[in-house]
Design a protein around this ligand. Structure first.
Ligand SMILES: Nc1nc2c(ncn2[C@@H]2O[C@H](COP(=O)(O)OP(=O)(O)OP(=O)(O)O)[C@@H](O)[C@H]2O)c(=O)[nH]1
Ligand SMILES: [Zn+2]
Length: 359
């Protein structure tokens, strides 16, 4: 088995230091999770592992279970003597969570320890500024840094005006223009992956996320919207969720990142312009609808702010009803909501097991 350079897998000094608390264990990174079975990459390769009983009992909230991207302490580096046991999880630097479809209150950690979220939007029919605002809000909330990746530039005739429109809503965010017909964009994108950094791609189906990942890899690991793989491909149905780019870093590509349901959003960053205006309204609790001396309405009248952007802000605000909390805090709130009145952790564990069954 090849040895893996753990630095390229995202292992930083901070994680190494924290790991030193745990003797006789090895550091690994979770590459996939299916029910209670994890795949963990260590320096010796990938192994199958499960959580120790003690870990299970120490868990206080669902978000404390390991997810794809987490660094964990595991008791072995291969499966020669059976499944590994995960004893601890190292402190996360970012958390990407979403609400579980069909329920109003569950929040699920989708992926962790992402440095950069590459928000993909195609320059042809998928182009939609309101959707971009939504993705930016989600990305900022996770603790990772968003970058806008505009795809399929070969299909776009008015790039200049699109870039201008985006510059008005994506304050302080890098923008990258790509097309699968050339690889001019690759050096810039690789900047976000160098030195073992972790990126994740989000964006609507069909915008070209898999195509970009395959281009970066130089070969095809992911099915794209085109022709299906050959027979070999069909049998290897479990898709890779954590992809190591040799000499660079890590791409996280989990189904959860692709199916963004209702969101947890940080609007103070993605709509900083509206917040700044609101601070100038005459009334502290101005709703920017019909109040006198409303700076937001004034900006609309003066043409400095579009009605669509304000409506998008309201819509997201309503959707993300816990709008002042970030994902991590919401996770805690949810647990309190769900289990506060019941008999504690027994229920949390039961809930987690049922969650697993449902997946
Ligand atoms: N013209 C053009 N087509 C592209 C480009 N990038 C991708 N495509 C095509 O767009 C289609 C969808 O690409 P995918 O990479 O599968 O899209 P995806 O975002 O991974 O889609 P999901 O897996 O559904 O999330 C495929 O037919 C690609 O060949 C591009 O730069 N230009
Ligand atoms: Zn106002």
């Amino acid at each position: 088995m090849n040895t893996i350079d753990m630095k390229h897998l995202g292992l930083t000094e901070t994680f190494i230091q924290e790991s030193q608390k745990y003797r006789d264990l090895y550091i690994g990174r979770v590459s996939s999770q299916f029910k209670s079975v994890y795949k963990v990459i260590t320096e010796k390769g990938e192994l199958t592992a499960e959580i120790s009983g003690k870990f299970l009992h120490s868990v206080r909230a669902m978000s404390e279970y390991p997810s794809v991207g987490d660094f964990v302490m595991v008791d072995r580096t291969d499966n020669a003597q059976g499944n590994g046991i995960i004893h601890h999880m190292l402190t996360r630097k970012s958390v990407f969570a979403r609400k579980v479809a069909g329920t109003t209150s569950d929040l699920q950690v989708v992926a962790t320890n992402i440095d950069t979220i590459l928000i993909c939007m195609s320059l042809n029919n998928d182009f939609n500024l309101r959707r971009l605002e939504r993705y930016l809000s989600i990305a900022w909330d996770s603790g990772a840094t968003p970058v806008i990746v505009l795809t399929k530039s070969d299909l776009c005739k008015d790039l200049e005006s699109r870039l201008y429109d985006i510059s008005l809503i994506a304050i302080g965010v890098d923008i990258l223009v790509t097309t699968s017909l050339s690889d001019d964009w690759q050096p810039v994108m690789k900047k976000y992956l160098s030195g073992g950094q972790t990126v994740a791609f989000i964006g609507s189906s069909g915008v070209g996320k898999s195509t970009l990942i395959n281009c970066l890899l130089g070969h095809s690991v992911l099915d794209t919207g085109g022709i299906r793989n050959d027979d070999k491909g069909r049998h290897t149905t479990t898709r890779r969720e954590l992809i190591l780019l040799p000499g660079l870093g890590v791409v996280i590509d989990t189904p959860g990142m692709r199916e963004l349901g209702i969101i947890s959003a940080n609007l103070s960053k993605s709509f900083a312009d509206i917040d700044d205006l609101a601070a100038q309204c005459h009334f502290n609790d101005c709703s920017h609808k019909s109040e006198q001396k409303c700076a937001v309405q004034k900006a609309i009248e003066d043409g400095h702010l579009s009605v669509e952007r304000l409506e998008s802000y309201w819509k997201l605000k309503k959707e993300a009803k816990y709008d002042n909390l970030n994902s991590r805090m919401i996770e805690k709130e949810k647990i309190n909501d769900i289990f506060g009145s019941m008999s504690g952790m027994k229920n949390v564990r039961k809930f987690f097991r049922e969650q697993n069954k449902r997946r």
